[in-house]
Every structure is written in structure tokens, then in C-alpha cells.
Design a protein around this ligand. Structure first.
Ligand SMILES: *Cc1c(COP(=O)(O)O)cnc(C)c1O
Length: 380
């Protein structure tokens, strides 16, 4: 078959290993998953209730306009109706935006060690990816992104820049002042769209962070995406939101499939947004879990990167693949990051207190069983 070369060499997105698969493969009954930044509290009770009463409606096609959800989100986030739409996870939004704004062999510009979905989606649309090195601490280097953009804009036909804030898998964030400066620097670029991915917005505690949501207007060349998969606990239902200039949202609505957001996702999201107590508890569990892991990682002598998300990037000082496999045998799923170019780092999602304790105990055993890598073999 004639399959385009770019597609033959495409590396797929590497999701966290499912619990059921791990149980089957390792013959384990108890497995905990600290691998996909899911909400350890599960689904909000209000959303569960809404889901139960929506079951009987599932013989009908979903509402293609997501009318009630749209209403709710626009009120809650103070947005004009023409500037909001939804996707089957932010995944789908990322994919469609690339299809809309890039022709094959155009380029997107991203930071090294930033969320892998941008690269995978670009690849499947046969769009090139230009990566800019990070600043120390794996922080996204906005100045360097700007410089690279202006240097390579014409030669590489750069059409989009993706900025996850905070970033996954590093947990680093960008302060408001830097983001505003960046937006200012590129705001007259008519052939450029900047996407701010705020998947972890609810977890951020840094005082100098500000969402770009309120800065979206019809004159700007940027948009914001949010997900319902993390703090709102609906990863399995697939729902993301797009907030952007009217012109962008209009074309997005023409390109997306009419039933991309199913009824269960719509009703659950409306209820989840109302469940303030659940969101508050989620933040509390996450922040306490982060402190617990920081303390334990310090005790174990493992370097880590302070996180504004619900996960931590950890330097295991060992071959991360060995640690990952060893942890699987102990019934703990972590996230390997080899596709990002990390050799000795893993990502750990914050779980419930009991899960975090099991995770720490397993990791401590692991460290005794696996010898450290000589420093010259560690990377980056
Ligand atoms: C988890 C995550 C998403 C959300 O993906 P969904 O497709 O909405 O589940 C988006 N961006 C980043 C940076 C993420 O980590």
C-alpha cells in the first residue's frame, strides 16, 4: 500500500497503561494507577446522578450545539457565546485546530518537553514540528520561542504555537507578565495562531499566574483550551472546551463533527461544574498529595520539579524504564517519558493519600533493587 513516509514514521501518543491490562499481564488483583493525571476522587456525586438519569436518553443523537453546557460555560467563564465551543476531549480540539490552520509541510512551533499530543496531531496532518529548548528547570522559554518564530516563520511556514500552561509533563508554569509580553510580541502576526492549553488551571497556586481566558477577544490571534478530564474528573467521557476569537470558533464549528460531544459528557459536565465542593476537595487532595510526595522524594534523595499540576516530574537517577517495569510488578503504574527524550525521569500523578503511600513504599523498594545510572548516562 502507498502510505506516506511521514505517516509510516509517526510515533503514536503513549497513554498511561490501563489498570485492567496491568492486572492481566502481571496477574495482580490490586493495581493503582498514578499515570494519567486523572482525578483520584473519581466522578463528582452530582455528575454521577446526572449520568444515571441520562441513561434512558441514550437512544437519541446528542445535542450538536451542546446548548445547556454552552450556556453554563459562557456564564461561568464570562464569555460571549460566539467565542466558545467544545470537543471530544481537548485532544480533538488540538487535532482540528492543526487541520484548520496548517497545510501539510507547514510547521507548528512548540517547546521541548511539552505535551506530546501537539506533536502527534501535527504528525498525523503531515505538519512539521519545530522544537525550542527549555530554560533551566524545564521551563518553557518564551523569549526563545519568539526569536525562533521570527527567524523561521517564513522559511518553515510556522502557523501555530502551542503553549501548555502549566506544562505536562514538567509541571512548570509561565507567569502572567511573560505570557502578556509574548502575546504582545506576536499579536500582529496574521498567519499565526497561538494556543494556550490550560488543562491544569484549577491546580495552579502560583500568585503570578493568570489564565488567558479573559484576554481572548476578536482582535487577538490566540485561543485557550480547557479540559474536563483532570480536576472535573470526566476523562472517560471525553470533553474539552475551546475559547477563541469568533472567527476561529466559527470555522472550528464547521469542521468538527456535529455529534463530537456525546450526551453523557454534556450532562455530566453541567453537573460537575456545579459541584464546587467536589472541585474544592480535588484541590485539597492534590495539594496535600503534592506536599506528601515532595517530602518523601526528598527523604529518598530523588530530585523533582515543583509542579503546578496534579503530577510530579521525578528524576529517578536510574534507568526510568527499569523503575517503571519494577513498579508495575509491584502493582503501581507510573508514566514513562521515553517519547519525550527523558532517560531517567518518570511522571507520578497524585493519588488518594493511601495510594500515595503505597506508591512511596513501592518506589523505596525499587530504589534498593535498581542501581543508579552513572551520571554521564543520565539524560537530559
Ligand atoms: C491531560 C491534558 C489535556 C487533556 O486532554 P483531554 O483530551 O481533554 O483528555 C490537554 N492538555 C494537556 C497539557 C494535558 O496534560
Amino acid at each position: 500500500m502507498r502510505i506516506p513516509d511521514e505517516l509510516r514514521s509517526l510515533r503514536p501518543y503513549q497513554p498511561g497503561k490501563p489498570i485492567s491490562e496491568t492486572q492481566r499481564e502481571y496477574g495482580l488483583s490490586q493495581v493503582i494507577k498514578l499515570a494519567s493525571n486523572e482525578n483520584p476522587l473519581g466522578i463528582s456525586p452530582l455528575a454521577q446522578q446526572a449520568l444515571r438519569s441520562a441513561i434512558k436518553e441514550q437512544f437519541r443523537y446528542p445535542d450538536p450545539s451542546c446548548f445547556e453546557l454552552h450556556q453554563k460555560v459562557c456564564n461561568l467563564w464570562g464569555q460571549a457565546h460566539s467565542r466558545v465551543s467544545f470537543g471530544n476531549g481537548s485532544d480533538e480540539i488540538i487535532d482540528l485546530l492543526i487541520r484548520i490552520f496548517c497545510d501539510p509541510h507547514d510547521s507548528i512551533l512548540i517547546s521541548e518537553y511539552s505535551f506530546q499530543a501537539y506533536e502527534v496531531s501535527a504528525g498525523s496532518s503531515r505538519v512539521n514540528v519545530i522544537k525550542v529548548p527549555t530554560a533551566p528547570g524545564f521551563k518553557i522559554d518564551l523569549k526563545r520561542l519568539t526569536e525562533t518564530y521570527f527567524k523561521q516563520r517564513d522559511s518553515h511556514k510556522i502557523r501555530m504555537i502551542f503553549i501548555p500552561n502549566p506544562n505536562n509533563p514538567t509541571g512548570s508554569y509561565l507567569p502572567e507578565a511573560d505570557v502578556k509580553q509574548f502575546v504582545q510580541d506576536v499579536r500582529n502576526e496574521k498567519d499565526l495562531v497561538v494556543v494556550f492549553d490550560e488543562a491544569y488551571h484549577e491546580f495552579i497556586r502560583a500568585q503570578d499566574y493568570e489564565s488567558m481566558l479573559n484576554a481572548v477577544d476578536n482582535q487577538g490571534n490566540f485561543c485557550v483550551i480547557r479540559t474536563f478530564s483532570k480536576s472535573l474528573g470526566l476523562a472517560g467521557l471525553r470533553l474539552g472546551a475551546l475559547i477563541g476569537p469568533t472567527e476561529l470558533v466559527e470555522i472550528y464549528n464547521r469542521i468538527r463533527k456535529p455529534f463530537n460531544v456525546n450526551t453523557m459528557a454534556q450532562v455530566a459536565a453541567i453537573a460537575a461544574l456545579d459541584d464546587k465542593e467536589f472541585i474544592r476537595k480535588t484541590q485539597e487532595v492534590t495539594w496535600e498529595g503534592l506536599s506528601y510526595w515532595y517530602k518523601e522524594l526528598e527523604r529518598l534523595g530523588l530530585p523533582y520539579y515543583p509542579s503546578q499540576g496534579n503530577f510530579i516530574l521525578v528524576d529517578t537517577l536510574r534507568r526510568a524504564e527499569d523503575v517503571y517495569q519494577n513498579m508495575l510488578r509491584k502493582g503501581v503504574i507510573l508514566r514513562p517519558l521515553r517519547n519525550y527524550g527523558f532517560v531517567n525521569h518518570l511522571r507520578i500523578s497524585i493519588g488518594l493519600p493511601a495510594e500515595n503511600q503505597i506508591g512511596v513504599k513501592a518506589l523505596e523498594e525499587c530504589l534498593a533493587e535498581i542501581p543508579p545510572l552513572p551520571p554521564e548516562q543520565r539524560c537530559p
